[in-house]
Design a binder for this molecule. Structure first.
Ligand SMILES: O=c1[nH]c(=O)c2ncn([C@@H]3O[C@H](COP(=O)(O)OP(=O)(O)OP(=O)(O)O)[C@@H](O)[C@H]3O)c2[nH]1
Ligand SMILES: [Mg+2]
Length: 184
């Protein structure tokens, strides 16, 4: 059994749906400390910490939202930006810039257990920051409009059916790589 350590129920729901029984996972809610540093540094430290508690095969996931006009910030600190300034605040951060583009980056970290190597698998979904549209169910979904769209009427992640988001999202792309890695 593979343990996905996350305190975020939405993440676990999406990952379970995308994997659809291809890989069995269980959830453990451990509040792993998140260090400062690069996306990879944060992902690696979180996974190493979680694996010590799980004491077996462990995955963790870290999501960054990187504004191009701000050279990649807020990045891995997006959670604290949303908490601190809200979705409206994210839009205000970009008022002075014409460039509203952003990359949603999902980073899975996998290890067989404590003191084993940590493997990093990443997926990127490019898009832009817009005024909130759609239900505020998951983080910043309502202000992120991915470039890849299925119709002429662009939708934010929040306006998409879960199945639509799960085909194009940063998480789906990273998970595809994780699946290929684990099944090979
Ligand atoms: O609209 C969204 N669509 C997504 O697809 C998505 N994925 C993550 N997030 C949010 O971005 C921050 C990442 O921080 P994060 O990676 O540390 O997650 P977390 O602390 O919630 O869980 P975890 O660290 O226990 O796994 C948190 O605020 C998450 O709610 C998303 N918001
Ligand atoms: Mg976290």
């Amino acid at each position: 059994m593979l343990t996905f350590v996350t305190g975020n129920k939405n993440k676990f729901k999406e990952v379970s749906k995308i994997l659809e029984g291809k890989i069995e996972i269980e959830n453990q809610d451990i509040d792993a400390p998140e260090v400062q540093g690069s996306i990879e540094d944060v992902a690696r430290a979180k996974c190493e910490y979680a694996a010590r508690i799980v004491n077996g095969p462990t995955i963790t996931e870290d999501t960054a939202l990187c504004f191009n006009a701000l050279n990649g910030l807020p990045g891995v600190y997006i959670k604290w930006f949303v908490k601190g300034i809200g979705l409206d605040g994210l839009n205000k951060l970009l008022v002075a810039f014409e460039d509203k583009s952003a990359d949603a980056i999902c980073t899975f970290a996998y290890t067989e257990g404590p003191n084993k190597p940590v493997h990093i698998l990443q997926g990127v979904c490019s898009g832009k920051i817009v005024n909130p549209r759609g239900p505020p169910t998951f983080g910043w979904d309502s202000v992120f409009e991915p470039d890849e769209q299925q119709s002429d009427q662009p939708k934010t992640f929040a306006e998409m059916d879960p199945s639509e988001k799960n085909q194009i999202s940063h998480r789906a792309k990273a998970l595809k790589k994780l699946q290929d890695f684990l099944l090979k």
